[in-house]
Write a protein that binds this ligand. Structure first.
Ligand code: DGJ
Length: 735
């Protein structure tokens, strides 16, 4: 619900979700002040008096304040902060005007309430469904001196406890302006002394959480790699110092964007916490001629007054329901086998046939043909961009390969890396100007390849036609969309010099455009996003691909922490997760087959190994795992997820899925450390109904009946000694 009240000539806006409230006001000078975000207040409450005005010294006063030295943009808690006009903290918006001046002084103009979610042209955003519908408050601010308009968008999702933010800038003036910075949000939180949790890492080790207190030195995460990156995920949490899974105020900030971004929190001189998120200003310089506009990506905010588990569940629900789209949003996704770790580039018709044959016998439902099927591509030096089938290598057409796979009762999927180009490719020889590179400079290579200039319509049209041709001519239901380098040397032969500061953003818009048009042509296609594993694992990509390859690291033990970190924001259904060979190709570690299955099953499940090399016993396990995955699908893909142990627990990691109706649950425990003379493994369950009776099954003939309260409060002791890397899956059924 959105409430707007005029109180003492000021306009107070309050946004209500079931478990949170957000309040701000356009004050008597038209400055939009942030008053509150947190546990619910009552409609009619005005929190203006939380702001204490005082002369802080060296914090000047805008002319509207006259002689009032206590009114300073430098100390007031604001919803928009402009550079150059007396707020010396980090700005949300910075404008370079025609006369060379830099000032962004936005004052309240008007508001509008719309009974639906707002859209962002060419970019992902939460959308309305029959299950969840948003409301939108649009506050229009105006710069009097330039007539530039800034519209602030607030989306409200009541039962999901989600509030979104975005901003649109429109040049209504007569003179051009360069936008040097436009973040999606600014919020100055009063009386809050939080920790920040962000998710950092590297290729093959993504999204490790780090938690530090927010102090006066800024904590900033971000990417200037052209993609959201392995190094920092575009999402962070602010929470009470003592917040944990079950208690404490927690605020999430999650950017639905797949390019350069920044996220920051910092205390100001009054100990207010300035929180910001949006497109990274580095390399950003956006020209707006008269009547041109620019809209930011969306920040999805959520609040939980009861700890991190609830916060994560809120994100899982809204991203699953209102961000993911397409046939496979709720429909069961096939268990796949991907040939990458089985063959890398070294495959032929026979090898693929054998993999498919064995997989189909074990109940696996789809073969995904990874890198190497096109152009001249037997290693990663060449071929990208040449999206025509290498029939010699495949021993026939892709149609024949797909039909052979179909004849075995399996579906067929294919790998692409559309955004990239190899210098050793026909495409590059024909169109060197399509690659991202600066004239008269040697470009940086990543995995020996260059990026295609996705800001160009002709590049996108070429890719769309090539992909369409391939998808039309083979029975392909799934595409893995990969991207294997960070982007630099930004330049476009097709763009005016003064527009070069728009290219990183236009690259992302270009990727979204191509994805959207491909999905328009093939609406039932299942896309799996990928960027060297999880280098572009963000809410924006979920709009196109309901699952994303979580990491190139398939070691089940490393995956525990990667999947743990990923679970804070992203639904488990979105984790592409596979059982691979041991010793693991990334770490050299050996882990029991069952554990590899139990870990991968907490995701969108598949296999990525040579089935010809596994034992008969393991083959039986594959059959059981596929059946188990289907049995648990409603839990893992639609249920509530609970982290039961912290990352550094010592000797085991555990997590659980509980059905929305609380009738079924599954708990997985993996023993990560073991000692001589071992102690028992014990965990506390979560999410069951306390007063209901559940049958808890540990193994076929090993079950016990107790109340939910018993499993939650007293926990479960595993009645055998778990060896290192052993896992157990415990099932609960209400009786
Ligand atoms: C990186 C991906 O993450 C891998 O799974 C695989 O598809 C390779 N690229 C292929 O080049």
């Amino acid at each position: 619900m959105i409430s707007v009240k005029t109180i003492d000539n000021e306009l107070v806006f309050t946004l209500f979700t079931n478990s949170s409230s957000y309040q701000m006001k356009a004050d008597k000078y038209g400055v939009l002040l942030h008053l509150y975000y947190g546990r619910p207040i009552i409609n009619g409450d005005n929190l203006s008096d939380l702001i204490f005005l005082s002369d802080m010294g060296f914090s000047g006063n805008p002319p509207c304040a006259g002689k009032d030295r206590t009114y300073s943009l430098d100390t007031l808690p604001q919803e928009v902060s402009g550079f150059g006009i007396g707020d010396y903290r980090d700005s949300m918006v910075s404008l370079l005007h025609d006369d060379g001046s830099r000032a962004a002084e936005f004052r309240y103009d008007s508001f509008e309430i719309v009974d639906s979610s707002y859209k962002i042209d060419g970019m992902p955003a939460l959308y309305d469904t029959s299950v969840t519908k948003g409301e939108t408050l649009i506050i229009t601010m105006r710069e009097a001196a330039s007539d530039i308009v800034l519209k602030l968008y607030y989306g409200v999702y009541e039962k999901e406890n989600v509030i979104t933010r975005a901003a649109k800038i429109i040049n209504k003036g007569t003179r051009r302006v360069f936008v040097e910075k436009l973040l999606s949000m600014n919020m100055d939180m009063l009386f809050f002394d939080p920790d920040i949790i962000y998710f950092t890492g590297r290729h093959a080790f993504e999204r490790a959480p780090e938690r530090v207190p927010v102090k006066h030195a800024k904590v900033e995460i971000g990417s200037v790699r052209g993609t959201s990156s392995h190094q920092y995920n575009p999402a962070f949490i602010l929470c009470d110092h003592d917040a944990n899974e079950e208690q404490g105020n927690c605020y999430g900030f999650c950017l639905a964007y797949s390019g350069n971004f920044v996220g920051a929190a910092q205390k100001d001189q009054k100990n207010q916490v300035r929180v910001q998120m949006g497109i990274h200003p580095e390399g950003f310089h956006y020209l707006l001629e008269q009547d041109e506009e620019l809209m930011t990506p969306q920040v999805i905010m959520s609040f939980s007054g009861s700890g991190l588990s609830t916060l994560s569940q809120q994100y899982h629900d809204i991203l699953r329901e209102n961000m993911c789209r397409g046939k496979y949003k709720h429909e069961k996704r096939p268990v796949l086998i991907n040939n990458w770790e089985a063959t890398y580039f070294d495959f032929d018709r026979e090898k693929l046939h054998d993999i498919a044959q064995q997989a189909s016998e074990l109940g696996i439902e789809m073969l995904v043909l990874d890198d190497g099927w096109f152009g001249k591509r037997d290693d990663d030096f060449s071929g990208l961009g040449d999206w025509f089938v290498n029939e010699k290598k495949l021993g026939g057409s892709l149609k024949e390969v797909g039909e052979r796979v179909n004849a075995m009762g399996m579906k067929f999927g294919l790998w692409f890396e559309p955004e990239m180009i190899s210098e050793d490719s026909d495409l590059y020889r024909e169109h060197p100007e399509w690659a991202v590179a600066i004239p008269n400079r040697e470009p940086n290579r990543g995995r020996y390849q260059l990026a295609l200039d996705m800001s160009r319509a002709d590049v996108r049209d070429y890719l769309l036609e090539k992909m369409t041709d391939i998808l039309n001519n083979a029975p392909i239901i799934y595409v893995k969309w990969d991207l294997n380098r960070s982007i630099c040397d930004m330049y476009s032969y097709a763009s005016a010099q003064e527009r070069s500061g728009e290219l990183y953003h236009k690259y992302v818009l270009g990727v979204y455009d191509l994805l959207e048009r491909l999905l328009e042509r093939f609406p039932d296609l299942l896309l799996e996003g990928c960027s060297g594993g999880g280098g572009r694992f963000d809410a924006g990509m979920l709009y196109y691909s309901p699952q994303i390859w979580c990491s190139d690291n398939t070691d089940a033990i490393n995956r525990l922490s990667i999947q743990y970190g990923t679970s804070f924001f992203y639904p488990i259904s979105s984790f592409g997760s596979h059982v691979s060979a041991c010793p693991n190709h990334q770490t050299g570690r050996s882990v029991p087959f069952q554990t590899r299955g139990d870990v991968a099953m907490s995701g969108s499940f598949g296999y990525e190994l040579d089935l010809g090399k596994i034992s008969e016993e393991e083959k039986e396990q594959v059959k059981e795992q596929v059946a188990q995955f289907h049995k648990l699908y409603d839990l893992t893909h639609e249920g509530d997820y609970y982290r039961l142990t912290p990352l550094e627990n010592g000797d085991c990691m555990a997590w659980a899925f509980v059905a929305k109706d609380k009738k079924r649950a599954a708990l997985t425990i993996v023993k990560t450390q073991s000692e001589g003379n071992p102690l028992p493994t014990h965990v506390y369950m979560k999410g069951l109904l306390r007063n209901r009776q559940y049958r808890c099954t540990l193994k076929n003939d090993m079950s016990v009946i107790k109340t939910g309260a018993a499993f939650i409060n007293a926990g479960i002791t595993i009645p055998w000694i778990m060896m290192q890397y052993e896992s157990v899956m415990v099932l609960f059924e209400e009786i």
